[in-house]
Design a protein around this ligand. Sequence first.
Ligand code: 5GP
Length: 191
Amino acid sequence: MPAEQPGKLIVITGPSGVGKGTIVSLLLQRYPQLRVSVSATTRQPRPGEIEGVDYYFLSKKDFETAILNQELLEWAEYAGNYYGTPKAQVVKQIEDGNYIILEIELAGARAIANIFPEARRIFILPPSIEELEQRIRIRGKNSEESIAQRLEIAKQEIAASDEFDFQIVNDDLESAIAQLETAIFSLIDTS
Ligand code: 5GP
């Protein structure tokens, strides 16, 4: 593993519904040198999600085979489904000298910290739990049970946010992006 190339890996974590996806896609539009890793998941696609773009949607059996074959850099169970980072694409991007963003939950972020201690880890916070619940409901793509589960996990994740190098509150989108740019460009400048 290319541990001698510090800081190429950027981990972005934060509760479901906090707006990580929106922030990351705007950042990618502005900075073509950034790449994002496409995860594998056993969750059902949401309306509009595209195979190979949003996720690789796998059956439970195929996901378990990928775990056994050690094809995943990290994986975790989240709200009843598996999520994991395909190893090959991340290793290739790092070898090619690209900056690669992983948008993953807490257990995965902790696993990456063990494998790549030099990774820059950023946590996106909601302005409040009430606002987070509102955002998950507005997205309108989760059942009541799934909303309750996601809010419960969110509280646990937020409690661990100080493990990260940067904490950014996604209150105003542009301001959150500006803070993320600072976090990433300070990384680019020093590498
Ligand atoms: P969602 O179902 O809302 O797309 O994602 C649920 C959670 O899984 C989010 O916190 C998201 O960041 C996380 N996630 C997505 N891909 C991965 C992955 O490859 N590994 C891990 N550990 N978490 C992931």
